[in-house]
Design a protein around this ligand. Structure first.
Ligand code: CO8
Length: 258
């Protein structure tokens, strides 16, 4: 049992809710440690998708915990940044697709957490931003890395240099989120999306995630070759054989992750 994480199961979908109501779900060392533990032990064979969200209707995650950071020295700052970055990387490379259901403020470390997920959808009251320079620091949980990759360098620099938050519709416009829905419908929408993913061949979904992630930094020839390796491996799975057979026989096949 965790102090600040609520874990739920909805069939093949796991839901991790970050809960620290007094600080709008700001991330402190305890929460980062709990997330690390959860991600380490999550059974990626049993589940087919993970949803990450924040408790309440106001905030996804309002950043890293400023009260914990206020008195850090340089080494401690490095260590705290490295801890958050490692947990977020674990999420990004998890052997499961991850959806961020952003239910309010996603500021600083909260925006960085959402960006470490594979897909982001948000409620209409969501606000995204990287306000760190207004506190004398820079985004330290890999925000300078992922924001530019997601929205392009010009927009990333504007968001990070000004520190100004943007609304959900603007986040949609610049491609930071894939969809905006009314707050009351957010979790239903996230679960619907997760179930659409969960209905597909799990090994193929995992291979596709791995390819997209790993190939991002490769040159085109290496990337195409890498995809071909994973494509070939699909033909060694039972799900490919039985899934294609069912299609040709106009039947239905439930993928087994084999
Ligand atoms: N850390 C700690 N406490 C927080 C945080 C936070 N990030 N955000 C909110 N809280 C607390 C407030 O202090 C307040 O506590 P209290 O009730 O005891 O006064 C409570 O949550 C409620 O907040 P507000 O009263 O401020 O609520 P409002 O509705 O007025 O405002 C805001 C909501 C706009 C979200 C406002 O709380 C805010 O601006 N929060 C800070 C947002 C921010 O700057 N986030 C970025 C933090 S820096 C960061 O994330 C760096 C990541 C990389 C770290 C690298 C490490 C080296």
């Amino acid at each position: 049992m965790y102090q600040h994480l609520k874990i739920e199961e909805r069939g093949a979908v796991a839901i991790m809710t970050i809960s620290a109501p007094k600080s709008l779900n700001a991330l402190n060392s305890t929460i980062l440690g709990e997330m690390d533990d959860f991600l380490t032990h999550l059974d990626c064979n049993r589940f087919r998708c993970l949803i990450v969200t924040g408790d309440g209707e106001k905030s996804f995650v309002a950043g890293a915990d400023i009260s914990e950071m206020a008195n850090l020295n340089m080494q401690e700052g490095n260590a705290f940044g490295a801890k958050g970055a490692a947990v977020f990387r674990k999420l990004e490379t998890l052997h499961l697709p991850v959806i961020a259901a952003v239910n309010g403020f996603a500021l600083g470390g909260g925006c960085e957490l959402a960006m470490a997920c594979d897909i982001r959808i948000c409620s209409d009251n969501a606000r995204f931003g990287q306000p760190e320079v207004g506190l004398g620091i820079i985004p330290g949980f890999s925000g300078t890395v992922r924001l530019a990759r997601l929205v392009g360098m010009g927009m990333a620099k504007q968001l990070i240099f000004t520190g100004k938050p943007i609304r959900a519709d603007e986040a949609l416009r610049i491609g930071l989120v894939n969809a905006v829905v009314p707050q009351a419908e957010l979790m239903d929408k996230a679960i619907e999306l997760a179930n659409q993913i969960a209905a597909n061949a799990p090994l193929a979904v995992k291979a596709a995630k791995r390819c997209i992630n790993d190939q991002y930094d490769m040159d085109a020839d290496a990337a195409i070759q890498n995809e071909n390796v994973f494509f070939g491996r699909c033909f060694a799975t039972e799900d490919q054989k039985l899934g294609m057979k069912a299609f040709l026989e106009k039947g239905k096949y439930e993928f087994q992750s084999k």
